[in-house]
Design a protein around this ligand. Structure first.
Ligand code: HEC
Length: 108
């Protein structure tokens, strides 16, 4: 969790904010969203590949583009997603290095 928080502060906080609340209309919150609490493969994919869908997230659309974060190591992504899934009022299972590795291997 401590390692994940460090990755978060250095790579995600600028857009998703310290409290995971995001910025209205620009960057979505990371609290209680289907992405964060849902299927881990999809969540890992968002971090590896970024997101440029602008589809509603908890009934709001966000206009910024999430950049790909494939420069982070499997360990860093596992740590940051475990942190996010257990912060900002979320409670969900940890993400493992093996799960990130498997998703990265799928990348076209
Ligand atoms: C430059 C700003 C920016 C940075 C940096 C950024 N994001 Fe995002 N993120 C976004 C935007 C904008 C979207 C929504 C894109 C869309 O709707 O198409 C998004 C979407 C998401 C989503 C899916 C939607 C949701 O709210 O659940 C997750 C999960 C996520 N980001 C996690 C992260 C994590 C973890 C990091 C750090 C490793 C990170 N983001 C870094 C801007 C950013």
């Amino acid at each position: 969790m401590a390692a994940g928080k460090l990755v978060y502060n250095q790579n995600c906080l600028v857009c998703h904010q310290a409290d995971g609340g995001g910025v209205p209309h620009l960057n979505p919150p990371l609290s209680q969203t289907d992405y964060v609490l849902g299927e881990k493969a999809r969540l890992i994919g968002v971090v590896l590949n970024g997101l440029d869908a602008h589809e509603p997230i908890n009934d709001e659309v966000y206009s910024n583009v999430m950049p790909a974060h494939n420069f982070l190591t499997d360990q860093q992504i596992a740590d940051v997603l475990t942190f996010v899934r257990n912060s900002f009022e979320n409670k969900a299972s940890a993400v493992s290095v093996a799960e990130v590795k498997a998703e990265r291997a799928k990348k076209k």
